[in-house]
Design a protein around this ligand. Structure first.
Ligand code: SF4
Length: 407
């Protein structure tokens, strides 16, 4: 990586010319067809870009695809979503994980409708003022939907850039430098920040918006390059449009990038979940609106603590007029949240037909569980507790690195 040092400041040397051109030529031939992406010549719909970017936070393209189609069919524009109920959105979101995103989705649609007349603002600054839109998502929407000259650095772009420039500094410390290096791939702007070109002529384009630079396409080209060619293992460098001047390729240590400081695993927490049957009904409750899995449906559970044992957890079982006989199911249900892994023992009980529900809980027919906003953890718990449960399908939801962490 060539650097120039001046006044004790490290300055990035200008990027070799031609990278943006090579990237765009590659993108025009190889771009992925994605349900939220406009085809060449089609108008870009900021609503689709926003919806996909929120769904893609911490989630793979493969997992998001079916959810995106379902949401778009049900709420085709931001106005429809802004008028929807939060419960409906949470139900539709069930299985996609990181549920604060669903609440922010609704809050953002309401804000766009109320404060912006149903049109998404087109600057990073205004986008960041909306619920659930952090720096990455604002940059992605600004670049892709509005062609703003900004570079949203996701996990794919991070990998390409750290290899291209052989960034030895480990993540997360290297993030700022990666951002600076990634921005050099946008190439020179044809319009200055004052909206004038280099001859001083007014381009009649709002500052920072340069339709000729194809900033959004360059960002998407890098995303696609990272997904298809510059993969974590065995990158297909021979097919890469940037292979002529890739520093890691020249060194032969591509797979060692990006460098990372190893993460400490969160401490294991334990608890118990209680699956209570009354005929064909199951006892559930709604979690508090704020916090982990906020507003989602769950069977009653104990607290989740590192030091919890079975006896302490069982003492937190729901109370009925006549105490049921609790049976502990063999094995445990495990789940990994962002900050900690969880292990739940599952207790089951059957109560008589007239048993009233405890305060704050409700009976739901097993056949209607699929309509509840059940997170994956609870789907696993109920399936385990009922022995078999064909009504609940557990959606795969693998994590994807980078992007704004869900609020
Ligand atoms: S040459 Fe290889 S390592 Fe370098 S950016 Fe291209 S695919 Fe990645």
């Amino acid at each position: 990586m060539a650097l120039s040092v001046e006044n004790n400041e490290r300055r990035e040397a200008p990027a070799p010319t031609g990278r943006p051109t090579r990237l765009l030529a590659w993108y025009d031939r190889n771009r992925r067809r994605l349900p939220w992406r406009a085809l060449p010549g089609e108008a870009i719909d900021p609503y689709r870009i926003w919806l996909s970017e929120i769904m893609l936070q911490q989630t793979t393209v493969k997992a998001v695809g079916p959810y995106f189609e379902k949401f778009l069919a049900r709420w085709p524009d931001v106005e429809a979503m802004g008028r929807a109920s939060l419960d409906d959105i949470l139900r539709m979101w069930a299985g996609l994980g990181y549920y604060s995103r669903a609440r922010n989705l609704h809050a953002c649609a309401v804000a766009v409708l109320r404060d912006h007349g149903g049109r998404f603002p087109d600057t990073e600054e205004d986008l960041r003022a909306l619920p659930g839109i952090g720096p990455y998502t604002a940059a992605a929407i600004a670049a892709i939907a509005f062609n703003r000259r900004t570079m949203p650095v996701d996990g794919n772009i991070e990998r390409v850039v750290t290899r291209l420039f052989a960034v030895d500094e480990p993540l997360p410390k290297a993030k700022r430098r990666i951002q600076t290096l990634a921005a050099t791939l946008l190439g020179p702007s044809r319009v200055g920040r004052d909206g004038k070109n280099c001859a001083g002529r007014d381009m009649k384009i709002r500052a920072g918006r340069d339709s000729k630079s194809r900033a959004g396409d360059i960002a998407q080209a890098l995303m696609d390059l990272g997904a298809a060619i510059c993969t974590p293992k065995k990158p297909a460098c021979v097919l890469c449009p940037l292979n002529d001047d890739c520093a890691a390729r020249a060194r032969g240590d591509q797979e060692t990038f990006p460098r990372k400081v190893p993460k400490k695993a969160g401490e294991l927490r334990r608890g118990a979940a209680f699956v209570v049957r009354r005929g064909n009904d199951v006892l559930v409750r709604t979690r508090p609106a704020k916090g982990l899995l906020g507003g989602m449906t769950e069977v009653p559970t104990s607290t989740w603590l590192a030091a919890q044992d079975d006896v302490a957890a069982l003492k937190q079982a729901p109370c009925f007029e006549s105490a049921p006989r609790w049976q502990r199911k063999a094995g445990t249900v495990t789940h990994v949240f962002t900050h900690f892994p969880l292990e739940l023992a599952v207790y089951t009980a059957t109560v008589t037909a007239r048993t009233a529900m405890p305060d704050g809980m409700r009976w739901v027919p097993i056949a209607r569980l699929k309509d509840e906003a059940l997170p994956n953890l609870m789907r696993k718990v109920i399936a385990h507790g009922l022995g078999e449960n064909k009504e609940i399908s557990v959606a795969a939801n693998r994590r994807k690195q980078q992007k704004d962490p869900p609020a």
